[in-house]
Design a protein around this ligand. Structure first.
Ligand SMILES: [Mg+2]
Length: 421
């Protein structure tokens, strides 16, 4: 059997780990993260760091219940809901809704700015733990994973195993999770949706038809708007309807055949244990585009410092980096680079500055958007690294590790780079 795990209101659950007073409250995570990241005087941020340093989180991004930063110049609230607690969902608050709308539905809602490093760290720890219990695990998104129990847990033992798994995750991580199981990935995922919140659901092969019969077609994972509309034209509203329309759907080429196989749980798509984390990135949009290049590069230094810290904390070594700049009313400039270097902060600061200078094709136009991301992780095998740089990178890496320890203890702003002054 294939299992699918989906953490219940994951970002909100993570915030509750940090601040248990949020348990049971109507809560949304949304708006903008780390509002003080570009502050020149980090004193205020530092205070927030000590207030918010929880058991798990290296104090990187600063969450605060002071909601001033939610408001823009016109004093209207901005941002969208990333995750709502079930207590807030009872009022109709949903992911993707504007905070403005969410507050209208539920005026005493608590807003918490997102703390992505915390969510990444928790997700990573959970995946590491799951890999010790299930031989083949695939990370599908930050809060969803697939696991293949084939050859490991007998089919009739699935339910018992899944109950055990849910209990273990609750005990170790204090995170509520829902788990679905079936003979295919997408039916397992659908089973999880049916089990939420904090439930389990096992769908045996012979029960798939009965289970999917009345589920609306739009609830099936990965059915896009185009196919949904196309099927609606033929009166196909539920997955049960789709089962009855084999000739029609499979006549829509390869995509139609794949879709039909998914609907019926006969797709045979495998759980793949490949490192599926897409990358680690950081990006910021400016309310006021930055024209002054010295200020632009100061902000780039700040972002690289946070980004580098995250990469080190996750224990990965990227080999591909992409950078992009968005201009005010002008489109953007973007490029990807591959380099085999032992990751360290000194290297990435220089590399990022050099590449951003190349990318800045219109240095007289204000920049409204800065983004950087790292992908293609490899293990620390000296053979694959650039030999000429390796000796120096090793020294710089030791320095970076020392900085990482200090920042975890005293906050991200305790040591800042020369480029930020
Ligand atoms: Mg979830």
């Amino acid at each position: 059997m294939i299992i699918h795990l989906d953490l219940d209101c994951f970002f909100a659950s993570c915030e509750r780990l940090r601040d248990p007073s949020l348990i049971g409250k109507r809560l949304v995570v949304g708006g903008r993260g780390d509002p003080f990241i570009f502050d020149k005087n980090p004193a205020q941020a530092k205070k927030l760091i000590t207030l918010n340093s929880g058991a798990f989180v290296p104090a990187l991004f600063h969450a605060s219940h002071n909601s001033n930063h939610y408001f823009n110049d016109e004093n209207t609230i901005r941002g969208i809901v990333l995750t709502a607690s079930y207590e807030a969902r009872a009022f109709g608050v949903k992911t993707g809704m504007s905070l403005h709308e969410a507050l209208r539905l539920c005026p005493d809602l608590i807003l918490v700015p997102p703390n992505h490093l915390l969510y990444h760290t928790m997700s990573h720890k959970l995946m590491e733990y799951l890999a010790t219990l299930v031989p083949v695990m695939e990370q599908y998104s930050i809060d969803e994973m697939f696991g293949d129990l084939g050859g490991w847990i007998a089919e009739e033992e699935t339910e018992r195993f899944v109950i055990h798994l849910q209990k273990q995750i609750t005990e170790r991580f204090n995170l509520p999770v829902s788990i679905g199981a079936s003979t295919s990935k997408w039916i397992a995922k659908l089973a999880t949706s049916a089990a939420k919140p904090y439930g389990i659901r096992v769908i045996k092969k012979d029960n798939i038809k009965e289970f999917v019969n009345d589920i609306p077609i739009d609830d099936f994972p990965g059915v896009g708007k185009a196919y949904s509309a196309k099927m609606a034209n033929y009166g196909i509203k539920t997955i049960g309807d789709a089962w009855e329309s084999k000739i029609l759907i499979t006549s829509w080429g390869r995509a139609g055949q794949d879709l039909y196989a998914r609907f019926t749980g006969s797709d045979n798509e495998s759980v793949s244990a490949r490192q599926s984390r897409k990358g680690i990135g950081i990006s910021r949009s400016m309310d006021h585009p930055v024209k002054e290049r010295s200020e632009l590069y100061r902000r780039i230094s700040v972002m690289v410092r946070h980004w580098s810290h995250t990469i080190i904390k996750l224990g990965v070594n990227p080999t591909t980096y992409s950078f992009s700049l968005g201009y005010e009313n002008w489109g953007s400039s973007k490029k990807q680079y591959t380099t085999y270097r032992l990751f360290n902060e000194h290297f990435i600061q220089h590399f990022a500055h050099e590449k951003f200078k190349e990318l800045d094709l219109y240095p007289h136009i204000p920049v409204r958007y800065i983004a950087m991301s790292a992908t293609k992780f490899i293990h620390h095998d000296p053979k694959t690294f650039n030999i000429l740089e390796y000796h120096n990178d090793t020294k710089m890496r030791n320095l970076t590790d020392a900085l990482t320890k200090m920042r975890e203890k005293y906050g991200m702003d305790i040591v800042r780079g020369g480029g930020e002054l």
